[in-house]
Design a protein around this ligand. Structure first.
Ligand SMILES: C[S@@+](CC[C@H](N)C(=O)[O-])C[C@H]1O[C@@H](n2cnc3c(N)ncnc32)[C@H](O)[C@@H]1O
Length: 244
């Protein structure tokens, strides 16, 4: 289990506090873990920041918009975005990308047959996009990367996404760290989620981290918007000129 007393004044290194879900395990174990993570996402309103950001975009209703979710996990965020788009009659193409082929198989089997989401197993840094991408979103993904890789990811998103991108991740703070640890135990969440939840918070960010990394990626402060959402989310968004 992650330690009770932890120094959150700096971001924990991935090698120092690895996540169990990143270690090899059976597909059944992974499925159980990802389902519990999706329950936590629902209980803690994890989709709300991304949907609020999408609502700002005034997307065209006459042409397709291609939305990609990186590190899509169980795929629940993207399915929620598909619902959002369908309620607003916004035609969208959607791609969920994840490094782990088992995760992609699990996301696919959790998705209704009528869905138009395309699931792709690939490391994002070697993904070859076969069609232009308008919007790139991610949730609980960036804390899986080292700082140089996050900078690379920001540069890739900025070069790739024609309309904009949105990172939805955690805020590094001691109250959520302690509260989630206690909550996960009482709620009897999957042991991986009990372990990885607090570890993710220790590997997450404060606003200054995002300012530093976005600057290193070549962006000006005025290009991005950093916003906190209760509970314990810290998000970064970038809206570019509309291309339609
Ligand atoms: C904590 S999960 C987040 C899942 C989901 N987005 C959510 O919010 O519940 C992080 C996911 O990122 C994936 N991932 C890690 N590194 C990746 C990479 N380089 N390219 C694509 N996916 C990656 C992992 O396999 C894992 O499924």
């Amino acid at each position: 289990m992650p330690p009770d007393a932890i120094d959150l004044s700096r971001r924990a290194e991935i090698s120092e506090l690895p996540e169990l879900m990143d270690e090899p395990c059976s597909r059944d174990v992974l499925r159980h873990c990802l389902r519990d993570l999706a329950r936590v996402n629902r209980w803690f309103f994890a989709y709300r920041p991304t949907l609020a950001w999408l609502n700002l975009l005034a997307l065209p209703k006459d042409g397709g918009v291609h939305i990609m979710d990186v590190g899509c996990g169980y795929g629940d965020s993207l399915r929620r975005i598909e619902q959002w788009a369908s309620r607003r009659k916004i035609p969208v193409a959607m791609t969920g990308c994840d490094l782990n082929p088992d995760t992609i198989a699990i996301a696919r089997e959790a998705t209704p047959a009528r869905s138009r989401i395309r699931w792709v197993a690939s490391d994002i840094f070697s993904l070859e996009c076969d069609k232009p991408v308008d919007i790139i979103v991610s949730s609980l993904f960036t804390h899986h990367l080292t700082e140089p890789d996050i900078i690379r990811f920001i540069q890739w998103m900025d070069a790739t996404a024609r309309i904009g991108w949105f990172i939805n991740d955690l805020s590094r703070a001691s109250v959520p760290y302690q509260l989630f640890k206690a909550f996960a135990k009482v709620a009897r969440l999957h042991p991986f989620v009990q372990h990885d939840g607090p570890v993710s918070i220790a590997r997450a960010f404060i606003p200054h981290d995002w300012r530093r990394m976005c600057t290193a990626a070549g962006l000006a402060e005025s290009d991005i918007r950093i916003q906190s959402f209760t509970p314990a989310r810290l998000c970064v968004g970038r809206r570019k000129q509309r291309i339609h």
